[in-house]
Design a protein around this ligand. Sequence first.
Ligand code: PMP
Length: 289
Amino acid sequence: MKVYINGTFYEKEEAKISVFDHGFLYGDGVFEGIRSYNRRVFKLREHINRLFNSAKAIMLEIPYTKEEIEKAIIETLKINNLSDAYIRVVVSRGVGDLGLDPRKCKAPSLVIITDKIVLYPQEFYEKGLEVITVSTRRNLPSAIDPAIKSLNYLNNIFAKIEAIRAGCEEAVMLNKDGYVAECTGDNIFIIKNNILITPPTYIGVLPGITRETVIEIAKNKLKLLVKEEPFTVYSIYTADECFLTGTAAEVIPVVKVDNRIINNGLPGEITKQIIKEFKELTLTTGVPY
Ligand code: PMP
């Protein structure tokens, strides 16, 4: 497997970044997780747009155009002969000294790693996932805005550790006011009385590409009413259905939250329709290569 670093391909074992890179020293950088299905990159431009927005928010100027990065991604997929892949794009502040000052970092590093997709166990999709609410609150938008997909994921990792200790794969994170924000690597949706509800991004969540895709499916294909509004865990406990969305997880049903069983412990009917429509989109759209 070859890895792209600043315009050159290296064998996996030789793909290395300096220990003076501020991405390593301070988590100073941004990234994207993208997928390709059947030799098509799903929602490529949307991911690249978010990458550039994240970079802009941290005042990191990416020394490439969006087209150049897209081209490099496609080249990396081709050189590795991958038809269904997970793609990790990382832009770090680059090599500097041991201080924080980003002005010392003269050139950002661009890394593109592609790999075979590691799927969640099929059982999760068929039987649904159990999640718990954790005590770690999602980052304050006024401190590190969760809209920025930054290389500093400690907030999410703390929550993930709590979930793992409780025997769960995912954690529901609340914002500082106690409203449901998102999970450690996924957005969250509930369905109540045929209305699809998800937290608005302003309360402090990543504007997920899968989240956006699901909102479009719900509105345009399933003709559902969609609301982006704050809610507390009570709304999840009493929801008709619940599911999570993310590039890696796609759309995954949730059947138990903090020991409260949702929909008699079975993936919901609307959730199943959304999964079907989403699958279809992944196989019929995207940038071919
Ligand atoms: N929230 C967080 C914190 C994430 O890391 C991710 C995955 N990147 C998501 C939500 C889902 O976003 P997307 O659908 O764009 O993968």
